[in-house]
Design a protein around this ligand. Structure first.
Ligand SMILES: Cc1cc2nc3c(=O)[nH]c(=O)nc-3n(C[C@H](O)[C@H](O)[C@H](O)COP(=O)(O)OP(=O)(O)OC[C@H]3O[C@@H](n4cnc5c(N)ncnc54)[C@H](O)[C@@H]3O)c2cc1C
Length: 389
């Protein structure tokens, strides 16, 4: 049995590493475990909204994030059938924000920034290729059984925090249901090089056009963009790869060449578990709740967990009652997910994919209330391609 730490964080995703950083800053000893051999660098979340910037500032990593990010304030909602492009300003949409802008950069960069900062603190460690297989917990500590390249061993800590993603082993080992539903379609996230903003598009472009909806968003200053669109879940993955170009034909403003750098298909869900804490084990991020990414609430919700959970444990480390603190964490974060994040994400997804013309007109009227003008983008490309699709 290895020596006892204050915390074992299971999962070196962004939520696990930010949680670990917050706890290390509170002078705790923290070990992060991840089943993979290195940080995951597949194309995933890339928009950081106000609460996530507030947390990055609190954890001392906002400057590092600004160095790799672009700032964005304007978002285009596009209805190609009506030749309508409505530009909204994030501050006008959310006047109580701390930061007027969002940041855009790849989730893998956030993981690296958080890990680099975490490892500058004493009593911190990240162990890759270390997969949790079992967990037990009593009144004073929890023990995880891990599989490593050097064999199976046990590690002990006062608390274990499961940040091990949507398929969470920790959640399953606790016997918690993951209640909710899975959306019928698959999403395809692609990273592409093509100068959309050079063609007059904004940094975020939400194309609300029924089944051929799509998101186009600039990821970084080097001209990498995220293009996300829905796909039939029954099509084999190889076929999805081939069909990416069909979607691009529908959304590109012209026939100029583009380069697909990476892509990943994934299923989207609205699910959460009945509690986020049990005994000496706590859940955060996708392990506790998952929603579709259309409202930018996927990773944002996980980062809001980090903020709330670090506060709860700071209080515990200062002598507050741990049951009260962790129950309050569950109550606050689960209520926010069920009543705000998941409904908002579903509402946004439905708006993008709606075909009903009357409903589209109602959406347009709502979005117009937040409008700061119309852009100079030509919709000719999208409309022409829609007509031939
Ligand atoms: C293709 C794709 C695109 C996405 N796009 C967006 C988007 O545009 N916007 C958005 O907000 N969200 C998006 N998401 C969701 C977003 O990526 C997640 O919300 C985010 O990754 C959650 O972070 P996390 O740290 O909770 O979990 P994860 O990032 O999933 O990290 C979990 C970690 O736990 C490790 N792990 C798992 N099991 C074990 C175990 N038994 N032992 C040890 N380690 C373990 C894994 O190796 C992994 O590193 C996307 C997701 C995918 C898959």
């Amino acid at each position: 049995m290895d020596n006892i730490a204050d915390f074992i964080v299971v999962g070196a995703g962004p939520v696990g590493l930010l949680t670990a950083l917050g706890l290390a800053r509170a002078n705790a000893s923290v070990i992060v475990l991840d089943a993979d051999a290195q940080l995951n660098d597949s194309p995933r979340a890339m928009t950081y909204t106000d609460p996530t910037l507030v947390l990055m500032n609190r954890l001392g990593i906002l400057d590092a994030a600004e160095k790799v990010a672009i700032r964005n304030r304007e978002i285009n909602f596009v209805w190609p059938q009506d030749d309508l492009v409505v530009t909204i300003d994030t501050l006008k949409a959310e006047p109580t924000r701390t930061y007027a802008h969002n940041l855009h950069f790849g989730q893998e960069a956030l993981g690296q920034i958080a890990m680099d900062a975490f490892l500058t603190y004493p009593m911190t460690e990240v162990r890759f290729s270390t997969k949790v297989r079992a967990i037990s917990h009593g009144t004073a500590h929890a023990t995880v059984t891990v599989e490593t390249p050097n064999g199976v061993r046990e590690l002990r800590a006062k608390w274990v925090i499961g940040c091990d993603g949507g398929q969470s082993t920790i959640r399953k080992l606790l016997g918690l249901e993951f209640e909710g539903f899975t959306w019928p379609e698959r999403f395809v996230a692609t990273n592409v090089r093509y100068d959309f903003t050079g063609k007059g598009w904004k940094n975020v472009h939400m194309i609300c056009s029924g089944p051929s909806w799509g998101l186009v968003a600039k990821i970084n200053a080097e001209g990498l963009y995220r293009v996300t669109f829905p796909e039939d879940p029954d099509i084999p993955v190889e076929e999805v790869g081939r069909r990416i170009h069909d979607h691009y034909k529908r959304i590109m403003p012209d026939d100029e060449a583009y380069e697909i750098v990476s892509w990943a298909p994934y299923r989207v869900h609205e699910r959460t578990c009945p509690t986020y804490n049990m005994g000496r084990v706590v859940l955060a991020g996708d392990a506790a709740h998952i929603c579709n990414p259309c409202g930018g609430r996927g990773l944002t919700g996980g980062i809001m967990d980090v903020d709330r959970l670090v506060t709860a444990f700071e209080n515990v480390l200062s002598g507050a009652n741990e049951r009260d603190e962790l129950d309050a964490y569950t109550k606050d974060r689960r209520t926010e997910f069920v009543e705000v994040s998941s409904p908002f994400a579903s509402m946004m997804k439905q708006m993008w994919e709606r075909s009903d013309r009357d409903a589209q007109k109602r959406d347009q009227a709502e979005i117009m209330k937040l409008s700061v003008g119309s852009s100079s983008i030509s919709l000719a490309g999208i409309k022409r391609r829609d007509a031939v699709a």
